[in-house]
Design a protein around this ligand. Structure first.
Ligand code: ATP
Length: 157
């Protein structure tokens, strides 16, 4: 999952997966851009790797309940419910044989979850086997997190 955006695009082309984006709001978050990028790449990488040939991926951003939300929805093989609670664990993989074929270590999601927590956020997965998975990254909105814009600092008044 530590592959750059270029690899993501190549993977989508190779597997004939249509990637669509839907941006409803422009939620601002405060954080480390490289870490957040890494977390998003993990989710995209999984949405492509565990998809079916000719499937699709939808990336949505929105604001909900004062949170910035990024959803990555795929039309892939899905995750059996008994595995869902374990997916944040390091090295946990649903199906060793299948996953080995797709490549990977089972670290991607645990890293993405750590990055989410570091930003006071959450990473949750919901899934229907044989239909697909939705990974939801939820982060505090910049303004609701108690941050103020610089020009409002008392020192500058
Ligand atoms: P890597 O560390 O390279 O990402 P990985 O993909 O095996 O390897 P994780 O990203 O942590 O590791 O994912 C853990 C397991 O969860 C995967 O092996 C896979 O079985 C399952 N999984 C993750 N995302 C999805 C998804 N979108 N659809 C179906 N299964 C998934």
């Amino acid at each position: 999952a530590h592959h750059g955006a270029r690899r993501i695009r190549a993977l989508a082309v190779q597997r004939a997966i249509r990637v669509e984006e839907e941006h409803h709001d422009q939620p601002y978050v405060i954080g480390d851009p490289l870490l957040l990028e890494q977390a998003i790449l993990v989710l995209l990488d999984n949405a492509l790797k565990y998809n079916r040939q000719g499937g699709s991926v939808l990336i949505r951003t929105l604001e909900r309940d004062g949170r910035a939300i990024l959803e990555v929805c795929d039309t892939g093989i899905g995750i059996p419910p008994e595995h869902l609670p374990h997916l944040g664990e390091r090295f946990y993989r649903v199906d060793k044989a299948r996953s080995r074929e797709a490549g990977g270590t089972g670290l991607g999601l645990s890293i993405a979850r750590s990055i989410a927590r570091l930003h006071r956020g959450q990473l949750t997965l919901t899934s229907v086997p044989d239909q697909g998975t939705v990974a939801t990254l939820s982060l505090p909105l910049a303004r609701s997190a108690g941050f103020e814009t610089l020009q409002h600092r008392p020192a500058l008044r």
